[in-house]
Design a binder for this molecule. Sequence first.
Ligand code: TXA
Ligand code: MG
Length: 344
Amino acid sequence: MDTQILSATAHETARIAADIIQNGGLVAIPTETVYGLGANGLDPEAVVKIFEAKGRPQDNPLILHVADASQITDFCHSIPDSAWRLAEAFWPGPLTMVLPARDTVPKRTTAGLPTVAVRCPDCAVTRDIIRLAGVPLAAPSANISGKPSTTTAQHVYHDHKGNIPLIVDGGACRVGVESTIIDLTENPPRLLRPGGITPEQLTEVLGAVTVDKAVTAQIAGDAVVKAPGMKYKHYAPACSVVIVDGSSEKAAACIRSRFTPGDRVLCFAEELPLYEGCNPLAYGSEAAPDTLSAGLFAALRELDDPSIGTLYARCPIGGGISYAIRNRLEKAAAFQHINAEVEA
Ligand code: TXA
Ligand code: MG
């Protein structure tokens, strides 16, 4: 199969994509977070193709993407007030809500769960495709399962060329990490995955929020977790990754003392001069954490190389978008840390 790449701004693109979706096919779609691999979320046979193309475990449910908030009443029931407040504040945008599912949503999409995850992406062409197709799009991140997410059309082409008919090219994703997932079937609501909407923004609308244990610690493969995707090894480049915490100077001294040829360093742009001779790659500026989230997955994909020994990664701390960046890097590192302030 030929894989076409069409610009999001070209006149016919949304129509062509919608036709493929209506005929049960797959289309890679841009969003503000990461690229998704979309299909008609109400057609179990179309949804199966997503799992096959990604090599995704069947027990990992998909997010249903809608064109506007009013659509969720077709797919969810017992919708609490808080869902409407969140939609008002953050949709279209990088927030996914878990709500009780109606029978209209196939078990293939929810992986048999009684709930469904819904989100309205902040990307005009993707909402146009949903409207023109007349169905919600089930779409996971477009990467092959277990690999770093795709934030450009070229990343998607690398993973799926010859296997899907169309990639809609909307340029590089603005946010760069996946949406925040909040489970509204619990009280207080539970944060299942940090993302583009920050913990501070959530608490402003919801008051108290519980943080799921899968956000901050490694979960055993056989554990029962709220977001099944959180238990899989995720965002993992082919080499072993370790996060090095501490000041720029202490971290550089610590990494330099351990560095052997073939290792790599993933750092902040401000730190590049500290790693001369260590083959560093900067993924954004420490002073502007949104550049770190936008650049993270492109950098992890570039470093997805089994010939690398150890990848030493610098990682922001604190709230805001840094909380999501840290979560992705901790998953890539299987929660391995060195604290350069106490260990040389
Ligand atoms: O930003 C995003 O959310 C991107 C773009 C394409 O929209 N999508 C995305 O999908 O990241 P995916 O499949 O890579 O991650 C979705 C996560 C998985 O961890 C999955 O287990 C969880 O959402 N999930 C889906 N439905 C759920 C449900 N009903 N209850 C709990 N977790 C759910
Ligand atoms: Mg994913």
